[in-house]
Design a protein around this ligand. Structure first.
Ligand code: ADP
Ligand code: MG
Length: 282
């Protein structure tokens, strides 16, 4: 049985005449962290919007393909219904309500969620445990928080809806390295508590450390996908996304090679599925 909880299948998206995604497929198995890498304009945010059903707020539409979560089609649902189904997006640039207090931002996150007041109280306890600073600053205006604290608030607000799958859009963007590491640690902890994560990141080093698998988007298409370890070891990813130029002695994938399955990585009883470092184009 394949327990793929999120299945994006051959999804194409346009903003008016602008094609932003072209037949993109990605799976997030139950309990996994899956990373989406790619440069500016590659279509990462668009992919998350296609899942959360928020494309139309940005003038976009899915022209073909399907999105399902636990076998249930999400395409056709409203954004609020997607939240109620357990899939919650943390938008790029945090988007906290700057003039509202931290506590009210968190309350807003619980609005769309299923469950009553007790469930919301439990969610808030979890958020305060993950981010003690949000309890300390509960009555401050969110706009006064630092960038890292605002990212914590944005994630906390999403967790108030008690998601089973979190869609995270560039959580480390614009943060100092230490704060980016702290956010990464929290993503790991959130995942360890049972929430799956689809993680969009330009910081490939962070993303590949957190994720079990990843896809690389270029101009709206998946050009590379596979286990995070294998991608982190591939010359192409190291050169283009990890900024590594000296790869002496590294068992990467030879440049220009049509990789297919990586030899030696298919072993009986391996904890992860057989290697699937796949190249889509060129
Ligand atoms: N609201 C929008 N209207 C028109 N084009 C858009 C809009 N949002 C994104 N795009 C275009 O779609 C493509 C993918 O953008 P995006 O998903 O934001 O990429 P990324 O998140 O990887 O930087 C880009 O060409 C971008 O210019
Ligand atoms: Mg983006």
């Amino acid at each position: 049985m394949t327990a793929a909880s999120l299945e994006v299948r051959e999804v194409s998206v346009g903003y008016g005449p602008v094609r932003a995604l072209n037949s993109v497929s990605v799976d997030v198995p139950e309990g996994a962290v899956v990373a989406v890498l790619g440069g500016n304009g590659a279509g990462k945010t668009t992919l998350l919007r296609a899942v959360s059903r928020t494309l139309r707020f940005h003038g976009g539409t899915i022209s073909s393909g399907t999105v399902s979560f636990d076998g249930r089609r999400l395409d056709g649902l409203t954004p609020a219904q997607v939240v109620a189904a357990g899939v919650v997006q943390v938008p790029e640039g945090r988007q906290v309500f700057a003039r509202m207090t931290v506590a009210d931002n968190l309350r807003a996150g619980a609005l769309g969620a299923a469950g009553g007041r007790r469930a919301a109280a439990g969610a808030q306890a979890r958020v305060h445990e993950l981010f003690p600073v949000l309890a300390e600053r509960a009555h401050q205006r969110a706009g006064l928080l630092s960038g890292g604290e605002q990212q914590m608030l944005a994630m906390g607000r999403a967790l108030m809806a008690r998601p089973r799958l979190l869609l995270l859009d560039e959580p480390s963007l614009g943060l100092a390295p230490l704060m980016a590491d702290r956010i990464a640690e929290t993503v790991r902890e959130i995942n360890a508590q049972g929430t799956s994560v689809l993680l969009v990141e330009q910081n490939a080093a962070i993303a590949l450390r957190l994720a079990s698998s990843a896809v690389v988007l270029e101009v709206g298409e998946v050009v590379l996908s596979g286990d995070a370890d294998e991608l982190a070891a591939s010359d192409e990813v190291r050169r283009r996304y990890l900024g590594v130029t000296d790869d002496a002695g590294h068992p990467g994938v030879p440049e220009g090679a049509d990789t297919g399955d990586v030899p030696g990585s298919v072993s009986a009883g391996a904890p992860r599925p057989a290697a699937t470092l796949r190249r889509w184009s060129a």
